[in-house]
Design a protein. Structure first.
Length: 205
């Protein structure tokens, strides 16, 4: 089919977040954001605590278990990413950091690491100081992985109950998650359209 008739594909937004405890605040925050992304026209894929429980990343060992293989494959296919990290002693939890370390498997990809992908970051902590520090650290990691940090990152103080199942009980948190998720989808859609336009232009030469 002529490239002019190609249409931008529906973007895939991959979410990672959670702890070994089911239904943690960071997991629920990502799921909430992914529902917004889906309503905005994206496909979504979620990796929660159990699916992120990969062996400690070892760059010298090429062996990968099923969870690590699935995670890296999703990162490669992703047009956008949403990450929520719980704050452990003022920093990103080991579970989330270890998952992000597996992006090193993408160091020779055409889209290396998170290149050409918008990344929305969320930090959950039982206090504003830890939430702010963890969000800054997470956005710094995204920058190092060549991802495009969304203009809005979301800090969530979980000292009070924020989520009840699929519902967000705090209107400010709900609004911020919606803005961030829509920023991820909008960027993904724009990049997808740009790639299609580039292919179409090449076909006219």
């Amino acid at each position: 089919m002529n490239a002019l008739f190609n249409k931008p594909r529906t973007p895939l937004i991959v979410g990672i977040g959670g702890t070994h405890r089911p239904h943690s605040s960071s997991e629920l925050a990502v799921r909430y954001a992914l529902r917004i992304a889906e309503k905005a026209g994206a496909r979504v894929q979620m990796f929660d605590g159990p699916s992120l429980s990969c062996p400690l990343y070892n760059p010298a060992d090429p062996a990968r278990d099923e969870r690590a293989t699935s995670l890296v494959s999703a990162f490669r296919a992703a047009d956008g990413i949403i990450i929520a990290a719980p704050a452990y002693h003022g920093g990103i939890s080991g579970l989330i950091k270890n998952a992000l370390d597996y992006t090193e498997d993408m160091n020779r990809d055409t889209r290396v690491y998170f290149d050409e992908r918008a990344v929305g970051s969320i930090a959950c902590a039982g206090g504003w100081q830890a939430a702010g520090a963890t969000l800054a650290a997470l956005r710094s990691v995204v920058h190092a992985l060549r991802g495009w940090n969304t203009p809005l990152g979301v800090s969530i103080n979980t000292a009070n109950k924020i989520f009840d199942g699929d519902s967000c009980l705090d209107p400010d948190v709900a609004r911020n998650l919606e803005v961030m998720a829509r920023q991820v989808v909008s960027f993904a859609q724009a990049m997808s359209a740009q790639r299609v336009d580039g292919v179409a232009a090449a076909g006219l030469r």
